[in-house]
Design a binder for this molecule. Sequence first.
Ligand code: BGC
Length: 725
Amino acid sequence: MELTRAEKISLVTGGGFWSTAAVERAAIPSVLIVDGPHGLRKQENGGDHLGLGESVPATCFPPAAGLASSFNVDLVERVGQALGDEARAENVAVLLGPGVNIKRSPLCGRNFEYFSEDPHVSGELGAAWVRGIQSRGVGASLKHFAANNQETNRMTVSAEVDERTLREIYFPAFETIVKREQPWTVMCSYNRVNGVFAAESRWLLTEVLRDEWGFEGLVVSDWGAVDDRIAALDAGLDLEMPGPQASSEKALFASADPQRLDESAARVVSLAGRASAQTEGYDAAAHHLLAREAATESIVLLRNENAVLPLRPEQSIAVIGEFARSPRFQGAGSSQVEATRVDSALEALAARAQVTFATGYGDVAGAVELARGCDAAVLFVGLPEGDESEGYDRKHLDLPATHLELIAAVAAANPRTVVVLTNGGVVSLEPWHDSVAAIVETWLLGQAGGGAIADVLLGTANPSGRLAETIPLRVQDNPSYLNFPGENDVVRYGEGVFVGYRYYESAAVPVRYPFGYGLSYTTFAYSDIEVDATGATVCVTNTGDRAGAEVVQLYVAAPAGPVRTPVRELRGFAKLHLEPGASAVVRIALDERSFSYWDLTTHAFQVAGGEYEVQVARNAHEVVLTATVARAASVTPGKLGLESRVSEWLSHPFTGPIFRRVAAGTSDGLVEGGTSVLDMVGSMPMRRLLRIPGVPVSEGQLTVLAAVANVPIVRGIARLFSRTR
Ligand code: BGC
């Protein structure tokens, strides 16, 4: 049935806070689109996107910061399936997640909702989430596209990012998920990217997303991201939310391009058509168990001196800190879930061990007395709710002063002090790190975190989480430090591709714990690496006496090429469960992109020719096995001309030797005080060199040489040579 212009306009502006508009005449239903990434937030009456209003009970899974530490693709997919089941049961068509923005700065207030500082991890885990939820007939909304890496002025700030950095760091998670999973929807971010609002960027929403990556779904605005509805429509934004918006409707009536309006309305119709029928309920108990499994795998054991953990059943344990009794298990803002139930670590520990409790913060004396009288002290500290949230960024990485005071006092009272951290974004472990026996990073664990913490502390679970983000020694060490959160509504991504460990490792800046780090109650050994351009195999052995899981990490180190690259970049990982003494051979795939950089001249990914080192590592800092693989350059070297630099003439396999021979024939070999004149003028365009009196070549000779060098077969040979350069 042909829709009227008014009907089409109503479709592209949203029917309510959380719903699309219906067109009853054409039997197009309204469908529900609700938050969020780690649980359903369906509000019955009205709505807000600040997490203020109440919502129906739903399972609160660990937010992405925790889930990412699991490095477990299969687990994240199962969480996605469970979210899909809950959405279906609540008649929700699209869930607003996953958030795959990169953790550019540890200060971003919303880091708890994002996976990692690494694009590969974000892409693989985000893809698993989308695969899971969409397998249940519920759509994902991949967000926030693009370069939304801070909360400060998120509605207006312009992220100034060069294209290589976008293509290599901020886009790949979106690209992987779009190409592999076809999310039903993509949500554009609030901010501007290089001056243009994401909602109005044709380059982002149409050229990159649709034309290059082949996105077939619908582009929805972040809630309230649209300023100019016509500019947004023209750019490729299909659905404005929330709706209805009288001013947008008026503008669309006046000047919407009919073809664009048709396309966007058709996408809303098709989304409504995809929505599956409501199901009856879901297994809340099973989902709680899954939330517990996910929480267990999210926990990262950072320090365990003298094997103080796991705690032994005969030990008396002082549990200190209100977080043990009243867990903070999710972050504030639009992702806030009304949990079906909440487990506390205190209850879970008390059920299985000899436990006494003190609230801690503000009662240091009581806590110290308790700690002194017990075999071990387990201290729950972290960030209070108001310290991190959607909508604003943090100013520092420190724990509250009262928590720091408590750590110092309890650590002095009991040498077997275990710190259990609750925080969505990274916190500083200084200056107290060395004073405690063990540190357990639990992030925000969702509603079943209490049991998971008890399992890890008591050893019924062997910790297997790894850091998906670096813990720096000082916030000042972070590469974005001087450029975060920007000024005058502009934030410059001056560190380029050197985000997180890419910077720390390249600049040899010491950190407290590197990306990828995490301990286990067992140990793993690596052997027998084999590598080719399509992947690596390696043998992993559990050398301890407990079953456990290892996250095998594969990094690639590129040779010197036309652009500066990080010393290593994660290109693959696999999580492997091994019984004590058992070995397994794991294969991790590599592809063309694993060896590529974004080339600004050709506007494409290219491979620099040379030897690549493929590294198996325990974390971004600790490489255990390496092998090399040679790759040919993917771009034919540019044509030589008088505008080419002297260095290009010198490095060209045809003209280089001729030049060197000419130089050798001169009386001084063109060497001045030990320095080669040719190398000194390497950056000079050849045309300028010719103007220097006494240069022993003429323009005519160079033109002839260039003509020969540019014959296709000679360029082909040059390309082969550039492979080992
Ligand atoms: C957030 C989105 C969220 C939306 C709807 C916005 O403020 O940035 O992530 O999905 O609100 O609640």
